[in-house]
Design a protein around this ligand. Structure first.
Ligand code: CAA
Length: 294
């Protein structure tokens, strides 16, 4: 099946990134948010990325204008009715996602493929909220979407071969490297990444080393672009906590259990970079290790 028009639901960090790369690849994209302020913020992020890319000579002014013309924001889900593929990137909450998939199932033609950008929920639950489980799959992008090359293409037990192939080729067509994953919570990357990030928090709790040295250790010792505590601040401590809870519910294994320090930081409103404070304090010109009260 050929994808001609793409819908994205949710104009947060992930939704905006997905809409950006899809519009750049030449697809008409409609992105939907629930509130004008959220839509403006997401579209503003995309504009800023394009402006920076033009400044750096990575994108021509003409290509930017073409991409911008491909992108349209809306507050109405009905505006996604003529999309061939809709990618959901809303809050990581199964009830909200099921409601959205049921609504998309009513609005979109039966051939439309519905995909979720979930990072930890199983896709089958969303698929079964629709009358077309064979046309539902996962398309899991990574943050920051314009930079990270990977997309996990997730096939449930009900996903048809045609849907999987179309989604896989779509990921390629927007310049990403797809990998095939089964519908297990966390797929490939988060299955391995989440316990690692949680172990880094446990290492802080146990006083194994300082926050800076744990980060330095993994950057210089393993060649990671960011240490785990910087990465936690980048992903968001609230998001990590959500994901870990979902994975813990699914597997009931200690390695997915959010450590007490993570819970306390989230309760305190220290969500990482986006809130100005997490393992580091971002209020100054350079991030500084925050007082964790340990
Ligand atoms: N949007 C667009 N472009 C961005 C960007 C953003 N948010 N952040 C950085 N960039 C671009 C920069 O403009 C720069 O581009 P040029 O090379 O053209 O100049 C390039 O990326 C490198 O950026 P910087 O020089 O500023 O910084 P850096 O070299 O440290 O790279 C990074 C930044 C790409 C984020 C890098 O640190 C990195 O790869 N970090 C790890 C990210 C990671 O692991 N992501 C996965 C998170 S887990 C996830 O997403 C899954 C989940 O479900 C939770």
């Amino acid at each position: 099946m050929a994808i001609k028009k793409v819908g994205v639901v949710g104009c947060g960090l992930m939704g905006a990134g997905i809409a950006q790369v899809t519009a750049e690849a030449g697809y008409p994209v409609v992105i939907r948010e629930v509130e004008q302020a959220f839509l403006d913020r997401g579209l503003g992020m995309i504009e800023k990325n394009w402006a920076r890319a033009v400044e750096k000579g990575k994108l021509t002014a003409e290509a930017r204008a073409k991409a911008a013309a491909n992108l349209r924001g809306t507050l109405s889900l009905e505006d996604l009715r003529d999309c061939d593929l809709v990618i959901e990137a809303i809050i990581e909450n199964i009830e909200e996602k099921k409601k959205l998939f049921a609504a998309l199932d009513r609005i979109c033609p039966p051939e439309t493929i519905l995909a979720s950008n979930t990072s930890s929920l199983t896709v089958i639950e969303m698929a079964m909220a629709t009358g077309r489980p064979d046309r539902v799959c996962g398309l899991h992008f990574f943050n920051p979407v314009p930079v990270m090359k990977l997309v996990e293409v997730v096939r449930t037990v009900r996903t048809s071969e045609g849907t999987f192939r179309t989604a896989y080729e779509f990921a390629r067509s927007v310049g990403k490297e797809p990998v095939a994953a089964k519908d297990n919570s966390g797929f490939i990357v988060n299955l391995l990444l989440v316990p690692y990030l949680l172990d880094a928090i446990r290492a802080v709790e146990a006083g194994v080393a300082s926050v800076e040295d744990i980060d330095k250790g993994m950057k210089l010792g393993c060649g990671h672009p960011m240490g785990p505590l910087t990465l936690l601040d980048f992903v968001g401590l609230d998001t990590t906590s959500y994901i870990a809870n979902i994975m813990f519910e699914e597997y009931r294994e200690k390695r997915y259990a959010p450590p007490p320090l993570l819970r306390k930081m989230v309760q305190a409103g220290f969500f990482g970079k986006k809130s100005g404070r997490g393992f580091y304090d971002y209020s100054g010109p350079e991030p500084k290790v925050a007082d964790l009260g340990l």
